[in-house]
Design a protein around this ligand. Structure first.
Ligand SMILES: NC(=O)c1ccc[n+]([C@@H]2O[C@H](COP(=O)([O-])OP(=O)(O)OC[C@H]3O[C@@H](n4cnc5c(N)ncnc54)[C@H](O)[C@@H]3O)[C@@H](O)[C@H]2O)c1
Length: 282
């Protein structure tokens, strides 16, 4: 089957970026969310980001206009039934994703592959909720999606080679670099990254160094473009905590224990950049 119409479920930070890159690559995109204001906000962000790319001559003005035209925002769930491939990028909650995968399995044609952009939830578990476990896969984009080259492609236990090949080819068509990973808590990216961020938080909590000093060590000593605490604020401290909890539960190893300071900050509503306060003030 040739993939022409791509469904994106969830129009938040990641969903709008995923819609952007598919539309820019010439795919027709059906962008679904549960409220009109989320779709409006997504379209606004996509338009601004495309305009920035065009101003920097990364795309032409004709490509900018064509990409915007390729996106159809919808509140009508039934429209996803027209899609040849669907990526789910809704809120990182197992109950939300479980319900979505059951419903997507009902509405999508039997030959359609369903991908999830989840950061940590088991692809194998989501697949088992459907009648098409061989066509369920992780397609993990990175933020900001139009800029970051990596796509982690995660095979669930039942994912077939044909499904994997199709999604790898799609990532290449989006001008991304796919990296193959097997299903395991946090995959590779978050399994390695989150304990680093968590340990940096322990260093702050124990008074080893200030957030700015920890970040300087990583920027100047390890050539990281941003330090671990700046990155944690950028990702969202609530998201970091959720992922640490998935690692802790999935691995059963105390080394994945979330830093108590992280838990306290999330309880206080200090979620990083998005709430105006995290390890830094915004
Ligand atoms: N933010 C990141 O840096 C990042 C990076 C990689 C992967 N992810 C993953 O991407 C997914 C989305 O994260 P995000 O940061 O874009 O979150 P977000 O909160 O910005 O957006 C989530 C969107 O999903 C929508 N939504 C909730 N329930 C829905 C439903 N039933 N149907 C359709 N839409 C629904 C919400 O209205 C919201 O617009 C998560 O699984 C997350 O783990 C996030």
């Amino acid at each position: 089957m040739q993939i022409k119409q791509v469904g994106v479920v969830g129009a938040g930070t990641m969903g709008n970026g995923i819609a952007h890159v598919f539309a820019r690559a010439g795919y027709a995109v059906t962008l679904y969310d549960v409220e009109q204001r989320f779709l409006d906000r997504a379209l606004d962000v996509i338009a601004k980001n495309l305009a920035r790319e065009s101003a920097k001559a990364k795309i032409t003005t004709a490509q900018e206009a064509a990409a915007l035209k390729n996106i159809t925002p919808v509140l009508d769930w039934a429209r996803l039934g027209e899609c040849d491939f669907i990526v789910e990028a809704a809120t990182e909650k197992i109950e939300i994703k479980s319900e979505l995968f059951r419903d997507l399995d009902r509405i999508a044609r039997p030959d359609v592959i369903l991908a999830s952009n989840t950061s940590s939830i088991s692809i194998t578990k989501l697949a088992a909720l459907t009648r098409r476990p061989s066509q369920i896969i992780g397609m993990h984009f990175f933020n900001p999606v139009p800029v970051m080259k990596l796509v982690e492609i995660i095979r669930g236990l039942a994912t077939t080679q044909a499904t994997f090949d199709t999604v790898r080819d799609l990532a290449v068509a989006l001008d991304k670099n796919p990296v193959e990973v097997n299903d395991a808590p946090g995959f590779v990216s978050n399994r390695v990254l989150m304990p680093l961020l968590n340990e940096a938080m322990y260093a702050v909590m124990e008074g080893v160094a200030t957030p700015a000093a920890v970040d300087e060590v990583f920027k100047l000593g390890m050539a990281h473009p941003m330090g671990p605490l700046t990155l944690a604020d950028f990702i969202g401290l609530d998201v970091c905590l959720d992922i640490m909890r998935v690692l802790q539960a999935g691995m059963g190893d105390p080394k994945y224990r979330p830093c108590p300071l992280l838990i306290k900050m999330v309880d206080a509503g200090w979620l990083g950049r998005k709430s105006g306060r995290g390890f830094y003030l915004y």
